[in-house]
Write a protein that binds this ligand. Structure first.
Ligand SMILES: C[S@@+](CC[C@H](N)C(=O)[O-])C[C@H]1O[C@@H](n2cnc3c(N)ncnc32)[C@H](O)[C@@H]1O
Length: 146
C-alpha cells in the first residue's frame, strides 16, 4: 500500500510517505509539490492532507488536484482537511493563499455541468457529500478516483 501525507509539516503519519517542502522531523521526502508528485501514474492507493491545500497559490489548485488524480489508482481515496473559505479560521492566517468551499468540490465531481466550460481540464472525482464541517470550520473532504 502506498499512502501519501502531503504538506505534512511536523505531523507525520505512520504507514504514510510524509512529504513537505521543509526538512522537518518525520518528513520522508523534502519536495516542493508544485514541481509535481514524484510517483508513477496510478501508483498511489491513498492521499491525505491536513491544512495544506489552502497554502498553494489559487492558480495551482486545479493543477494540483489533477496531479493527485494522475498518481492515484482507480478506486483510491483521498482525504483533505481544509479550513472553510470565509471562516475566521480561513481568514486569520496570512499564509492562506487559496479558498476552498464545499461548493468548490462539486466542480471536481464527475459530470459536473460546468466541465463543459473548462474543456475537461478538471479530472473527475467522486466526492462524498455532504462535506462535514467541524466547530472550528474545518472541512473533512473525501474523494475517490472513479
Ligand atoms: C499549515 S502547515 C500544516 C502541517 C501539517 N499538515 C499539520 O496539519 O499540522 C502547511 C504545510 O504545508 C507545507 N507546504 C506548503 N506549500 C508546500 C509545497 N508547495 N510543497 C510542499 N509542502 C508545502 C508547509 O511547509 C507546511 O509544513
Amino acid at each position: 500500500m502506498r499512502r501519501l501525507n502531503l504538506g505534512c509539516g511536523n505531523q507525520s503519519r505512520k504507514d504514510f510517505i510524509n512529504i513537505d517542502d521543509r526538512p522537518l522531523p518525520g518528513v520522508d521526502i523534502v519536495r516542493n509539490l508544485l514541481r509535481g508528485l514524484p510517483f508513477d501514474d496510478g501508483s498511489v492507493d491513498e492521499i491525505y492532507s491536513e491544512n495544506f491545500l489552502e497554502h498553494l497559490p489559487q492558480t495551482e489548485c486545479i493543477w494540483m488536484m489533477n496531479e493527485m488524480h494522475r498518481v492515484m489508482r482507480s478506486g483510491g481515496l483521498m482525504t483533505h482537511l481544509i479550513p472553510l473559505a470565509g471562516s475566521v479560521n480561513f481568514w486569520q492566517d496570512p499564509t492562506h493563499l487559496a479558498h476552498w468551499h464545499p461548493e468548490t468540490f462539486t466542480y471536481f465531481q464527475k459530470d459536473h455541468r460546468r466541465n463543459l466550460y473548462y474543456g475537461g481540464d478538471i479530472k473527475p472525482w467522486v466526492v462524498e457529500t455532504p462535506i462535514e464541517i467541524n466547530v472550528n470550520s474545518v472541512m473533512f473532504v473525501r474523494m475517490t478516483k472513479p
